[in-house]
Design a protein. Structure first.
Length: 464
């Protein structure tokens, strides 16, 4: 175990083991209700940590997970349908890296790795970003500077994104919020519990400090805010909300990958990832690559580390469209991460959007709208702009969209290294004019339907 492991975590792990030992219910049957990831973390800003006594494996075709479990004294917690990928519980007190190495050496195992943590960048402990305030504050829509700055002078003048679907993998959303009264939603799903329906992706807190940072449910409202930003740019797009973060903004590599594969199964045109990890997890890397191969435009936050290190994934992964953050003066936001693989920047400082109405005790804003800063807020502007382009050009590929967004970007003021090609310019990308066009008229008819795609082939408990 890591030396910084808290007494609370030790107690929690002991209680979990005792519950499993003395229960008559198999571990795999208990996972949806009781699974707890105890996060092992060194307090280093270079790592998000991993789940105690867990490993992820992908088996070769035809291999049997039960036989592997029998040989390694492991148990299956969960699986990703159709992928031969499994989340395993290791024997209590295991050296996770050593067991993963033993699993990799087995000829039935294609690869094995730890179950690394991913997070909403805005929810990380302050050691991760020493500049900028990324906490939400009460706001109102009359403070929304970003759309006009990007060439969208009024809602709908650049189109509405009708017929395009955007999967938002986040903390869920508040389906009672008036901002979404006219939003088309389908395919709502909780990646942790494998339950569908809007009632299972509610953006509400659990009343617990899951990441032991002395703030309860600090990322409640994150998914609602992200979805509200998309709706400001592409109000006619269909949203596929998939819960992949808890109310403290914590996720796990295994469940993020499962969420990405679900988005592919839902035929999402665009996948929005306002999250990231300091670990380049193989399961997430393969899931995003498979999604891109299937035709999805995958957009991810660059991170809020205020520089080029630590690198964030999948936002700096090859072929993923990584997004950094600028401010109202088109300067790099002081908190934004940078990297040569970042494709584009977009406004991410003091962005106003919808906020969950059921607000946590830790931050009861008393407002249905919030100002929030981070690359999580930059990313959905790009997703919304991509929806406008796909609605306008139904035959375009994800690569066509990426090239158009990059080609039409506006210049960034000041040091722009690692910020991509510039700041997102929706007006230039879509070719719209607030004077000449009426809301939505540049959208050709396109139905949101399943289509054939070109497929190949820190510390604390994290309650799902």
């Amino acid at each position: 175990m890591n030396a910084s492991f808290h007494r609370f975590q030790v107690w929690l792990a002991m209680m979990l083991v005792a519950a499993l030992v003395f229960s008559d219910v198999p571990f795999s049957a208990r996972a949806d209700d009781e699974d707890v990831c105890v996060i092992i973390d060194t307090d280093s800003p270079l790592t998000d940590g991993f789940c105690d006594d867990q490993a992820i494996v992908r088996l070769v075709a035809g291999a049997d997970i039960e036989a592997v479990n029998s040989n390694f004294a492991t148990q299956t917690i969960d699986d990703i349908a159709g992928q031969q990928a499994f989340l395993l519980a290791l024997p209590q007190g295991s050296d996770e890296a050593a067991v993963a190495g033993q699993l990799r050496a087995d000829n039935r195992v294609a690869w094995a790795e730890l179950n690394f943590i991913d997070q909403a960048p805005e929810g990380r402990p302050q050691r991760f970003f020493l500049r900028g305030d990324t906490r939400p504050r009460p706001g109102s829509l009359n403070q929304a500077y970003a759309p006009a700055l990007m060439g969208v002078a009024a809602p709908g003048v650049c189109g509405i994104g009708a017929g395009v679907s955007i999967a938002i993998l986040d903390s869920g959303y508040d389906n009672s919020h008036p901002a979404f009264a006219n939003t088309q939603v389908r395919g709502a799903w909780d990646a942790f519990t494998n339950q569908d329906g809007a009632g299972n992706v509610e953006d509400i807190g659990n009343g617990e400090d899951d990441d032991a940072d002395e703030i309860i449910d600090e990322m409640t409202g994150h998914g609602t805010h992200v979805m509200g930003i998309v709706s400001q740019i592409a109000p006619g797009a269909t949203i596929v909300p998939i819960r992949a973060l808890n109310s403290d903004g914590i996720g796990q590599a295994f469940y993020l990958a499962r969420a990405i594969y679900r988005a592919v199964d839902e035929n999402a045109d665009i996948i929005n990832l306002s999250l990231g990890s300091t670990e380049n997890s193989r399961v997430v890397r393969e899931a995003t690559a498979d999604a891109i191969d299937a035709g999805a435009f995958v957009v991810a936050a660059a991170g809020n580390n205020g520089g080029s290190e630590p690198r964030e994934f999948p936002g700096t992964q090859e072929r993923v469209f990584g997004v950094a953050a600028t401010d109202a003066q088109d300067r790099p936001a002081e908190f934004t991460s940078t990297h040569p693989n970042v494709a584009l920047s977009a406004p991410g400082d003091a962005i106003v959007s919808a906020f969950a109405l059921d607000q946590p005790p830790a931050q009861p804003l008393g407002s249905a709208y919030a100002l929030w800063s981070g690359t999580s807020m930059s990313t959905p502007w790009v997703s919304g702009a991509a929806a406008l382009l796909l609605a306008q050009n139904p035959s375009w590929t994800a690569n066509d969209v990426a090239l158009q967004l990059i080609r039409t970007a506006a210049p960034i003021n000041g040091q722009a290294a690692g910020m991509g090609s510039g700041r997102l310019d929706v007006g230039a990308a879509v070719g719209c004019s607030a004077v000449d066009e009426q809301p939505g008229v540049d959208e050709p008819e396109k139905k949101d339907k399943k289509k054939k795609k070109n497929k190949k082939g820190k510390k604390g408990k994290n309650r799902r």
